[in-house]
Every structure is written in structure tokens, then in C-alpha cells.
Design a protein around this ligand. Sequence first.
Ligand code: IMP
Length: 196
Amino acid sequence: MLKLLLASRNAGKLREFAELLPGFTLVPWPADAPELPETGAFFQDNALQKAEGARAWWQAHGTEPVDAVLADDSGLCVDALWGGPGVLSARFAQDLASYTDRNRRLLAMLPEGADRAARFVCVLACVPLPGEPFTVSGAVEGTLAFAHRGSQGFGYDPIFLPDGYDQTFGELSSEIKHTLSHRARACTALLQKLHR
Ligand code: IMP
């Protein structure tokens, strides 16, 4: 079974990767490892930056061999906010402790009658060891709900209504989310590349 080092401490992402990549042994980013910088303007830049940073750190400090390093850069892009919070999704409204409050603030930024179209985007950067880095991506289109609804998932899930559903990702089960999410689609593309 291939062993993947996951360059993330985001518990929501880690849970989803365990469900989306059942055929892999996932090694979580260690608690004593440094925070990985993500200073790019695009999801792809940040995903590659995190994957390369993780590879370099693991080569010097890793405790076990891994077959590849995987990094996820993802976020919610809202048309009425010029694509924001986008790559800044993890840093949006960080003065607020809970995602319930952050989601309320995000919804309050939309003027009445605004276009509520939005999409979740996920770029995965993979560095096979040995091998050349590559990226794959996935997206899911939808609209912003008028209020935070549901407690499934994580982050912005409770305010995102995927196209074709009346429930938010916060209300839908993870099984349904995994049939259409940005991360699930990126994982499908990743599996195609790895098994080619
Ligand atoms: P980053 O990729 O570490 O920059 O963080 C991505 C951020 O986007 C997360 O912290 C969440 O706020 C948000 N995000 C990404 N994917 C999802 C998702 O599947 N559901 C809800 N929020 C997400």
C-alpha cells in the first residue's frame, strides 16, 4: 500500500482524505514540524509550495520512508467578492474563534440582491519520491445560503449549497459530499495519475 505524507494539520481535510483515499496509508504532518508557508496568489502556487516545503523538511527530519508527499490548497471563491476569500479562505476573519461567526461575517458582506454564485476549489500537489511534482484540481459550483445551516463537514460547508441540492454541505452527509466535492474530484484525478 502506498504511503502518503499529508502536508496539512487541518482536521477536516485529514478526515476527508482518509475517506477519499482508502487505498493509501496516510502519514499526518507531525505536530513538531513547522507551519508550511503559503504565500502565493493562486491555489496551485500554494499547493506546490506546501508540498515542496514538506518534502524538504521530511527528507531531513522524517521518521519513516514515504512514497509521496501530498499537499492540498483549497478555498471558497465567491463571485460577488471578486473570487474571495479564495486563497485566503483559511485566514478570513481569523479574529473570530468559530466558523459559525466567520460564516456569518462572510454572508453579511454580500449586499442584498447580490449574485450568490460561489465555488469550492481544491488543488492537490503531489511529489512522488522519487519523481517530479505535479498538480491536479477539482471544483464544485454552487450558491451561498442565506444562513449557516447544518453541522456536518467543516469550514464553509454550512453556507455552501452545491448546484442541484437544497441542502448545504453542512446538512448533507459526507457520503454525498464525496460524490461531488472539489476535493473528491481532485482525488479522482490524483488516483488516475498515480495509477497510470
Ligand atoms: P488552506 O488550503 O490551508 O489555505 O485552507 C483552506 C481553507 O478553505 C480551509 O481552512 C477552509 O476554511 C476552506 N475550505 C477548503 N475546503 C473546504 C471544504 O471542503 N469545506 C469547507 N471549507 C473548506
